[in-house]
Design a protein around this ligand. Structure first.
Ligand code: GLA
Length: 457
């Protein structure tokens, strides 16, 4: 009896520990790299009149057409897998009997299960918008308030893979408890769903330590618009808070600077490059908002640039920092794979020309930098690759070498610097004595430390 009592006690303690862990942390194993996909809001907003605007209205036709194009135009193969339905998909009120959410019956006549199956049959994933408050931001549909469990179950029944949870109409609601509670309701369904939270955006002093525990990604800035100014504003916001924002990023937890707006009306080719490079350096989700049917081929090529996507999706999951700002020029560094033979990392480096601070804001700018001043101190140097032009050989640069570029206005140059192997190490392994070994390692760790130190500057 005593023994059984002990087992019961252990089981209870074990169960409690398990419950506490699942309550304390998200760890849903999802979004190990920043999610990639498509979302309509910036481009299609909340158009609900399908009679007047059949191509633009938020309807199953738009999502089916986009699912087809994601695949046929090569985006899905490049990694853009999440097709996320933003606001304005719901009926104005819940089902009067079951209290369940319902998709708008006129614009989604086949129902959400049908659309979900259509999307999954194309090996894509389905995302759905909701709001933690009393109404969605466009006020067209009910928010989740008071219905977390039932809404999470509805999403699971529709085989949703990703939930974007906004934070409008939250008077009297404590976001620091509401967002975790909705996340737990999602977890309880047993269906893995990426959890995208707008939580910090709606707070003056967000607790990122808490947010990171409950969300896979989180918005921290205003809604993006189709303009260079809007992109610059978001970058500056990140810059001002970068020490804070970057601390909480890791595989499974990402800052979300909002959608990619390449392929719409207002971005120049250079500004399109700028947004893409900067989002990759920040380790941001790459969620396009555009009409895939009208994206010009050169912009489609940018969006599908495998080298840049590889930077964005780098498995280390370390976000970039701005390490230098001088006039219009900003230099952003992100440590990425691969490493050399002693573990020194590569860097993706974006040289951005943003703003209008100098006497010729609309001119290309020449920029020169000695590499070691950026923290690139690998003794054997780095091979530089132009991430926008994989065929261009840029060359080998030693830490004391000067790197010189011209950067177009509202544009960017984006390079990957791969560290060369350090050969004395292999020579040493073949022949040298144990004491020589110690000194080689001392030199190497000094190099690594400098790199670390310079980088964190
Ligand atoms: C908020 C969000 C946007 C979009 C709209 C929809 O503004 O930040 O991304 O989801 O709501 O209403």
């Amino acid at each position: 009896m005593r023994r059984e009592g002990l087992y019961v006690l252990l089981l209870v303690i074990g169960g409690l520990a398990l419950t506490l862990t699942s309550v304390a942390g998200l760890e849903n194993g999802l979004a190990r790299t920043p999610p990639m996909g498509w979302m309509p809001f910036e481009r299609f907003r909340c158009v609900t009149d399908c009679v007047k605007f059949p191509r633009d209205c938020i309807s199953e036709r738009l999502f089916m057409r986009t699912a087809d194009l994601l695949v046929s135009e090569g985006y899905a193969a490049a990694g853009y897998k999440y097709l996320i339905i933003d606001d304005c998909w719901m009926e104005k009120e819940r089902n009067a009997i079951t209290a369940e959410l319902m998709a708008d019956r006129e614009r989604f006549p086949s129902g959400m299960n049908h659309l979900s199956a259509y999307i999954h049959n194309k090996s894509l994933k389905l995302g759905l918008y909701h709001d933690i408050g009393k109404r969605t931001c466009m006020h067209l549909g009910p928010g989740a308030h008071g219905h977390y469990s039932i809404d999470a179950k509805t999403f699971a029944n529709w085989n949703v893979d990703y939930v974007k949870l906004d934070g409008c109409y939250v008077n009297g609601i404590d976001l620091n408890t509401a967002y975790p509670a909705f996340g737990q309701a999602l977890n309880r369904t047993g269906r893995p769903m990426v959890y995208s939270c707008s939580w910090p955006y709606y707070q003056n002093h967000p607790n990122f330590e808490l947010i990171k525990k409950h969300c896979n990604l989180w918005r921290f800035a205003d809604d993006i618009r189709d303009s260079t100014e809007s992109i610059a504003k978001i970058i500056f916001k990140y810059f001002k808070r970068q020490d804070h924002l970057t601390k909480h990023v890791a595989p499974g937890s990402w800052n979300d600077p909002d959608m990619l707006v390449l392929g719409n009306y207002h971005l120049s080719y250079d500004a399109s490059r700028l947004q893409l490079a900067m989002w990759a350096v920040l380790a941001a989700p790459l969620i396009m908002s555009n009409d895939l049917q009208t994206v010009r081929p050169e912009i489609r090529a940018l969006l599908q640039n495998r080298d840049i996507i590889e930077v964005d999706q780098d498995p280390l999951g370390i976000p970039g920092h701005c390490v230098l700002m001088s006039g219009n020029i900003q230099v952003w560094l992100r440590p990425v794979m691969p490493t050399n033979n002693i573990g020194v990392r590569s860097f993706a480096v974006a040289f951005a020309n943003i703003g209008d601070y100098n006497e010729c804001p609309l001119c290309p700018q020449t920029f020169r930098i000695i590499l070691q001043n950026l923290g690139l101190t690998n003794q054997m140097g780095y091979t530089a690759y132009d991430l926008f032009d994989s065929k261009r050989k840029v060359g080998l640069f030693k830490p004391k070498d000067q790197f010189t570029i011209r950067i177009n206005p509202s544009g960017v140059e984006f390079y990957k610097f791969k560290p060369e192997d350090i050969y004395p190490l292999s020579i040493h392994f073949a022949s040298a004595s144990a004491s020589a070994s110690a000194s080689v390692f001392a030199t190497i760790s000094a190099v690594a430390l400098t790199l670390q130190f310079n980088y964190s500057l």
